[in-house]
Design a binder for this molecule. Structure first.
Ligand SMILES: Cc1ncc(C[n+]2csc(CCOP(=O)(O)OP(=O)(O)O)c2C)c(N)n1
Ligand SMILES: [Mg+2]
Length: 328
């Protein structure tokens, strides 16, 4: 790629900011869980930062995402306020869902995070519904469904791609292929080496991208977003990546091949992107260091806010569950 084709430096630095927020946030989450200050089940997205960051720099605040239990990176990249996100994960009344959703069910419509689901494969039909609503209303909104490689073997994946193609929905299916579904390696349970091949069956464009390559991801995202927004219908993006900390926090990784994790960690996409930005003069060392310090501060404030926030009152138990008991 020639230098003249590169995205604006502001976009590249924005992409790096989002990826860094995810990586630093993950570091803090893991240390806070280890310390016992906050108890939660945590599916670390560390290693997968570039994917939602590259998607989100191409989205507007009004665009929708639907994500999964391993989705903190998707939420942060889309712009969920860090304080409210932490408070929700800590089960506090000040969280995005007043502490009643917890890590598996973060919702924040103001930033376009419409649903987080623990049901593997269910993000796709929900994103179709949001895209259909936008299409019917004549809004130029795009919906993104995030999911994993394992989810591409669920019936809902196939049904959703089919219907999205028939109805030319403004939806993007982003498969974050990290090579494992829980403890099952891709080839044990998936019939194809590249999940993007499956798009052919449904008459839509499908692309396999190096999900850890910021430029490749940026261009794939931009093309898919443009297509969806301009009436061209859905796209399947398969972004190849790796999860650095196994399936769930505490995972011993014994099922992985020796050295596999270390080889991926040696190519950690966040510091590699940082180095590239400085070498190509898209940013200076001082500029990025200041940004990282600000992010660190924001995370510290989110932790303090969470620890100082109350748990939801027992009277909150049924509120917001039934329509007749919705709070304003
Ligand atoms: C319908 C359904 N089946 C099984 C599970 C149990 N389960 C939770 S996570 C997971 C693995 C999914 O792997 P993948 O889609 O690759 O996502 P990743 O965790 O790698 O991000 C499974 C099988 C579930 N939550 N929902
Ligand atoms: Mg996976």
């Amino acid at each position: 790629m020639s230098i003249s084709n590169l995205p604006d430096p502001k976009i590249l630095v924005d992409l790096y900011r989002r990826a860094t927020l995810i990586a630093q946030n993950d570091e803090r989450f893991r240390s806070v869980i280890r310390s016992g200050k906050i108890a939660m089940v945590y599916y670390s997205p560390r290693g997968q930062e570039i994917i939602p960051s590259a998607i989100s720099v191409n989205l507007t605040n009004d665009d929708y995402i639907v994500t999964i239990y391993r989705g903190i990176h998707d939420m942060l990249a889309k712009g969920v306020p860090v304080k409210q996100l932490w408070a929700e994960l800590g089960g506090r009344a000040t969280g995005t869902c007043k502490g009643k959703g917890g890590p598996m069910h973060v919702t924040h419509p103001a930033s376009g995070v419409m649903v987080t689901t623990g049901v593997v494969g269910s993000s796709m039909p929900i994103a179709n519904g949001l895209a259909l609503a936008a299409q019917i209303r004549g809004e130029k909104r795009v919906a993104v469904a995030y999911f994993g490689d394992g989810a591409s073997n669920i019936g809902a994946f196939h049904e959703s791609l089919n219907l999205a193609s028939v109805w030319k929905l403004p939806v993007i299916f982003v498969c974050q292929n990290n090579g494992y579904a829980e403890h099952t390696k891709l080839a044990y349970g998936t019939s194809v080496p590249n999940i993007a091949i499956r798009a052919v069956s449904y008459g839509m464009p499908g692309i396999t991208v190096d999900g850890n390559d910021p430029l490749a991801m940026y261009y794939a995202a931009r093309e898919a977003v443009d297509r969806a927004r301009n009436g061209g219908g859905p796209t399947l993006i398969e972004a190849k990546t790796f999860r650095f900390f196994g399936h769930v926090f505490g995972d011993q990784d014994g099922y992985m091949e020796k050295g596999e994790k270390d080889a991926w960690k040696a190519r950690d996409p966040v510091p590699l992107f940082r180095k590239w930005l400085i070498e190509t003069k898209n940013a200076t060392e001082a500029e990025l260091a200041a940004m990282e310090a600000d992010i660190e501060q924001e995370i510290t404030e989110a932790l303090e806010f969470t620890l100082a926030s109350p748990y939801p009152d027992a009277a909150e138990l049924r509120r917001d569950v039934f329509e007749s008991e919705m709070s304003a």
